[in-house]
Design a protein around this ligand. Structure first.
Ligand code: SF4
Length: 484
């Protein structure tokens, strides 16, 4: 790059060609490399920048861009400085929410040169890509994902094998989806991601670990007076957390290369586990969840993570699938309390506790109620016994920290929540979406399975006249068990 003292017009050309806008959005501070080449300082660097931005209307462009990206509080202003100011050279020219656009410019040198203008040296252009550029972009995406808290990222094709479609159709035909009828309506979209993003060519899959520091799962499951809540649901709703991080990642990508993207996490008809498996993010365990075996400096094996996807229309290099490491193990099939894993890789939702306590809207089938134990929201049993979860990392995400002591609360205390308290305590939690009625239904079943005690009987009697038919029916069932 030539020195900036030559002309304002030339300065502007440099800035525009160098993608200064993308660069500024990526940085909090610009570091300036100063090289003393000339004996005279004809034009000050900060003066050149401010004049250029001012005369080219770029400040308005920055402001528009800031507003579009949701930085509503951002104020960007440029002051033209028509005279060199040798005495106070380090004055900032622009401020934004993320820090100083132009930080301290120390005028200890004679000529000022910007040492780096872009985060990656060769922004990826699909038309003239050499392969190396695409690989560099893929590496950058992986790095950004790590910075955003994702434990791993893998890139896969956007087409699925016919085998995936056949398996899904067989599963639906057998009725294993229970009353999740939406699954039958969106099979085509599930198998053809172009329905969700035209021209999609890659699916970027990510993982985010969620297992929080919480009361030991096995101890809570053994204590029938306590409520067991699936460990993924003890903190903030993962839909919000993962989706917002994915959106940030997608925006970071489109800052350096033009692309269309859409982000998903359990929020649309996306065959998530299948895409994740094809990209090598892990393998599908016999319990049907994705399992990973990471090595290296930060091993994070297991299956206790959320997955999410970015659909993108760039031909990024794809990662290779990994082989299955289930071997002869059948621990998850053997451990399922209701026998919902009817065969390896085949889950019958009609028997699955996660389905029965979360998705299922009506009465829980009586033969299954005793098998639920004290599980009032979801179930982790198939994951707890999986040998790959012995090294399951604890999540460092504050959002997944346990809220309201839900990791080891008593059934009686949770059963006492009225609707207002339920809504208040589950604000921002995935539990909220099941509503107060299903919450009471599930706890009534758990109290019916709990050791007989005056406290349990009293709690059930207090709800015996509940306004909800559903709740009353489950309470009466539980009273029958507690009164024997
Ligand atoms: S418990 Fe065993 S069979 Fe099930 S997913 Fe884990 S390794 Fe595979």
């Amino acid at each position: 790059m030539r020195p900036l003292h030559e002309a304002d017009a030339f300065t502007g050309k440099i800035f525009i060609e160098s993608c200064i806008q993308e660069f500024l959005w990526s940085c909090q501070t610009i570091k300036i490399k100063m090289i003393q080449l000339y004996s005279r300082n004809y034009i000050r660097f900060d003066q050149g920048i401010s004049r250029t931005f001012y005369s080219s209307g770029m400040s308005q462009g920055f402001q528009n861009s800031a507003n579009q990206r949701g930085f509503s509080a951002t104020q960007i202003a440029f002051q033209p400085d028509v005279q060199p100011r040798r005495k106070h050279p380090g004055q900032p020219r622009a401020q934004c929410q993320r820090g100083s656009l132009i930080g301290k410019l120390r005028a200890c040198g004679k000529t000022f040169i910007i040492g780096a203008m872009s985060e990656i040296e060769h922004p990826f252009h699909p038309v003239n890509d050499t392969g190396a550029q695409a690989a560099a972009l893929a590496d950058a995406i992986r790095r950004w994902a790590s910075e955003l808290g994702f434990s791993a990222l893998a890139i896969g094709e956007s087409t699925l094998s016919p085998h995936a479609g056949e398996g899904l159709r067989r599963w639906l035909a057998a009725g294993c989806h229970a009353d999740m009828d939406y699954m039958t309506r969106n099979v085509f979209a599930r198998l053809h991601p172009a329905k969700l993003l035209p021209n999609v060519s890659r699916v970027i899959s990510v993982r985010m670990s969620y297992w929080p520091d919480a009361a030991p799962a096995a101890e809570v499951l053994e204590n029938g007076a306590l409520a067991y809540v699936s460990r993924y649901a003890l903190g903030r709703d993962y839909h919000k957390v993962v989706r917002s991080r994915l959106q940030k990642l997608a925006e970071r990508i489109t800052r350096v290369v033009p692309a269309s993207t859409r982000v998903f996490t359990d929020s649309a008809p996306v065959f998530e586990t299948e895409f994740a498996q094809c990209s090598g993010l892990g393998w599908r365990g016999k319990h049907t969840l994705l399992v990973a075996r990471d090595t290296g400096s930060k091993p994070s094996s297991g299956s206790c993570f959320f997955i999410g996807e970015i659909f993108i229309d760039l031909p990024l290099p794809v990662d290779a699938p990994v082989s299955s490491h289930c071997g002869r193990c059948t621990a998850c099939l053997d451990a399922c309390p209701t026998g919902a894993i009817i065969a390896p890789y085949r889950l019958d939702a009609r028997r699955c506790i996660s389905y029965l306590t979360i998705e299922h809207p009506g009465s829980i089938p009586e033969p299954l109620r005793p098998l639920l134990g004290n599980r009032i929201y979801g179930c982790d049993d198939c994951q707890i016994v999986c040998p790959w979860n012995r090294r399951c990392p604890r999540s460092v995400e504050k959002d997944f920290t346990v809220r309201n002591g839900l990791d080891c609360a008593t059934l009686v205390s949770l059963f006492a929540w009225d609707e207002a308290e339920f809504l208040q305590r589950t604000a921002g939690s995935p539990i909220r979406r099941i509503g107060h009625e299903r919450w009471l239904r599930n706890i009534a079943v758990a109290i019916g399975n709990a050791p007989r005690s005056p406290e349990h009987l009293a709690a059930l009697h207090a709800r015996a006249g509940d306004a909800s038919d559903l709740v009353r029916e489950h309470v009466h069932w539980a009273l029958g068990r507690q009164s024997v």
